[in-house]
Design a protein around this ligand. Structure first.
Ligand code: ADP
Ligand code: ZN
Length: 437
């Protein structure tokens, strides 16, 4: 089902017209209402009138996570507090969290973005949507909640955690759609197995998984074990939250709701736009946000744009699967390694679970790279000699894909810590080598 065909299937030409109008308005608001942007414009000698077309967007300054932290908490607001109805904040691992503020209209638009994704799974009245994203400052819980509400579905706000109860309710209440991080969904499949609950005991039909990168291996596992279609939902607090875009039933790239978020891909080193279709850093300009409009926000997410028409009929541009954030990238012995590479290699081996944990350290001036993995129940043996045959192929494959040699440790199944929200896959004990400022 297409929730908003007028917008989602609009001709490219009409979409560009709409985006241009909204861009001009957003730039004007930023200049007039947000001292931070006015200062940046003035420093660059830029006037709002200089922006007349979408191509002019490259004249605009970028906004980074550091800007958001510097302007903490409300420095980027374009409206007074009496027009704000909600405040969220992203976890942010260091220092102050990143704040997102919303007017009533912003909340409506946000729900619209989520609803467009959920409509892909035909969510509507009668559907029980179990929202196992965390409720609270994190945008996942309430974002998914409001999207389900807009479609008239039953909102089941379980939040994350208490996994046995999640499975019990899923079964007893006949949950048809599940929303959570893919890593938590994976954990729920393990809990199901422990409780003797199979997909045949459930009415689940579709899952909307996002908030972190995940691979096709994990998708296959979730689809198989839960008997669902697993749909990727993408978003970030700075743009609203989940539902900046999502996959359609063809699962071939994530449609971006371009009437609200204008995407660009830049080369993170030169900051210049890349050639069409090339990989780079995703940058968004909000086109409808009232409380906190943002110009050219550098997401750090690495992907590419796909403009070819999609089989589903939507004309909205797609992004390729996000394989990592530029700030997730590890440099180990001079080689760039993304945790997602490890994840995708692991998914090639049926003997291993998809769980892994990377520890990087530095000893005697050399980086160490330790990788914990788990064998599945059927293959695990406490006798190390019996495990040797499993290590070699994984080791060889990792060396060929990542270009560096890991120290692999095989652990019993269930040992690596499971997460209720975004999974943590890395402990980098070295002082931070990359400075993104
Ligand atoms: P935080 O920065 O604390 O993680 P957010 O919840 O705002 O806070 O996270 C947004 C980020 O989460 C995105 O920029 C992206 O890196 C990641 N993300 C969200 N959805 C997806 C998805 N479907 N696939 C890959 N990464 C995602
Ligand atoms: Zn599509």
């Amino acid at each position: 089902m297409i929730h908003n065909p007028t917008i989602e299937c609009m001709s490219r030409e009409d979409m560009r017209k709409l985006q241009t109008e909204r861009l001009i308005q957003t730039v004007k608001t930023c200049y007039e209402k947000v001292p931070f942007y006015r200062r940046k414009f003035d420093e660059m000698g830029l006037k709002p009138e200089d922006i007349q077309s979408l191509d002019d967007i490259t004249k605009l300054p970028f906004t980074t996570k550091y800007d958001l932290r510097d302007e903490y908490p409300f420095g980027l607001n374009a409206v007074p507090m009496d027009q704000i109805v909600r405040i969220h904040a992203s976890s942010g691992t260091t220092g102050k969290p990143v704040v997102g503020t919303y007017t009533a209209k912003d909340i409506e638009n946000w729900a619209e973005g989520v609803a467009r994704v959920m409509a892909v799974g035909d969510v509507g009245p009668g559907d029980v949507v179990q929202v196992s994203y965390g409720y609270g400052l994190f945008t996942g819980g309430l974002g998914a909640h409001d999207g389900a509400g807009l479609l008239g579905a039953v909102q089941l706000p379980t939040s994350s955690g208490n996994s046995e109860k999640q499975v019990m309710l899923m079964k007893d209440f006949g949950t048809t759609a599940l929303c959570c991080t893919p890593s938590y969904a994976l954990h729920l499949t393990e809990v199901m197995a422990k409780m003797g609950v199979t997909k045949d005991d459930l009415k689940l039909r579709v899952g909307f998984f996002g908030a972190e990168p995940w691979t096709w291996g994990i998708r296959r596992e979730l689809e198989e074990k839960m008997g669902i279609k697993a749909i990727d939902i993408y978003g970030l607090t700075e743009m609203s939250g989940p539902g900046v875009g999502g996959e359609c039933q063809y699962q071939d790239g994530t449609h971006i709701w371009e009437d609200m978020f204008y995407p660009e891909i830049i080369n993170p080193d030169t900051l210049e736009p890349v050639a069409p279709g090339e990989e780079g850093e995703l940058v968004f300009t909000s086109l409808t946000k009232e409380a906190m409009p943002i110009l050219r926000y550098r997401t750090r997410d690495l992907t590419h744009l796909i403009y070819e028409p999609c089989k589903c009929g939507r004309t909205a541009v797609r992004i390729g699967k996000i394989l990592g954030r530029s700030d997730d990238m590890l440099i180990i012995r001079g080689v760039n390694v993304f945790p997602s590479q490890i994840e995708s290699v692991l998914s090639e081996f049926t003997v291993y679970t998809p769980q892994y944990f990377i520890t990087v350290d530095r000893r005697d001036n050399e980086d160490t790279f330790d990788l914990d993995v788990e064998l599945r129940e059927e293959y695990f043996s406490p006798n190390p000699a019996k495990q040797m045959p499993f290590i070699k192929p994984l080791y060889d494959r990792l060396v060929s894909v990542c270009g560096i040699k890991p120290n692999i440790h095989i652990l019993p199944p269930g040992t690596i810590e499971r997460s209720n929200g975004k999974a943590k896959h890395v402990n980098d004990k070295r002082t931070h080598l990359i400075n993104w400022k």
